[in-house]
Design a protein around this ligand. Structure first.
Ligand code: SF4
Length: 188
């Protein structure tokens, strides 16, 4: 068993915060652990909780479309969330839940060591890039964090709710592809 699998097995039985009471499945993460590109969302929703996989359902299909637009697919990136268990009624994960869960994401980042990180939505950007992240003003901008380049895009669920945000996301996706071509050796 490799190190990421070992961490995953431990995470699947985690009861370190109250979110364990509400979950059906822990949603650890999926994709290529060797990928140079990692996407991070805020936490599982109802479909993700049922299936144990991040970004399934309508928002997941939109994420697949976004990946296809830049000639990628799920098998070539890694996808994880800030919290691994579903907050009740899809509320934002609380600060203490994010803090309790953070070591799992940190382990994923340490093992995968992505060159590029894309945070999907404000909560993930605030957790990973900087606490006062303003998604409307700062999406699409690159930040240097712990040896990686990181940017945020609107969460696919936000793009489903408000289609007017989609053109800005196309621009962000083009910026992501350009940066990936510049710094990644194995994506394109
Ligand atoms: S959300 Fe994270 S810390 Fe809380 S029980 Fe789930 S895996 Fe453990």
């Amino acid at each position: 068993m490799d190190r990421l699998d070992e961490i995953r097995q431990k995470c699947l039985v985690c009861r370190e915060c109250p979110l364990c009471r509400y979950r059906t499945n822990v949603v650890f993460g999926v994709g290529d652990p060797e990928s140079e590109l990692m996407f991070i969302g805020e936490g599982p929703g109802e479909n993700e909780d049922k299936q144990g996989e991040p970004f399934v359902g309508a928002a997941g299909r939109l994420l697949d479309d976004m990946l296809e637009m830049i000639d990628l697919d799920r098998s070539r990136v890694y996808i994880a969330n800030v919290v691994k268990c579903r907050p009740p009624r899809n509320r934002d994960p609380l600060g203490e839940e994010q803090s309790a869960c953070r070591h799992w994401l940190n382990s994923q980042l340490e093992i995968i060591r992505p060159k590029l990180i894309v945070c999907l939505g404000r909560i993930a950007a605030a957790a990973v890039i900087k606490s006062d992240f303003k998604i409307t003003r700062e999406h699409g901008l690159w930040f240097d964090i712990d040896g990686a380049r990181a940017m945020a895009m609107y969460h696919p669920a936000a793009l489903l709710r408000d289609e007017s945000k989609r053109p800005e996301t196309f621009v962000d996706l083009r910026a992501l592809r350009a940066e990936a071509k510049r710094v990644c050796e194995h994506l394109y």
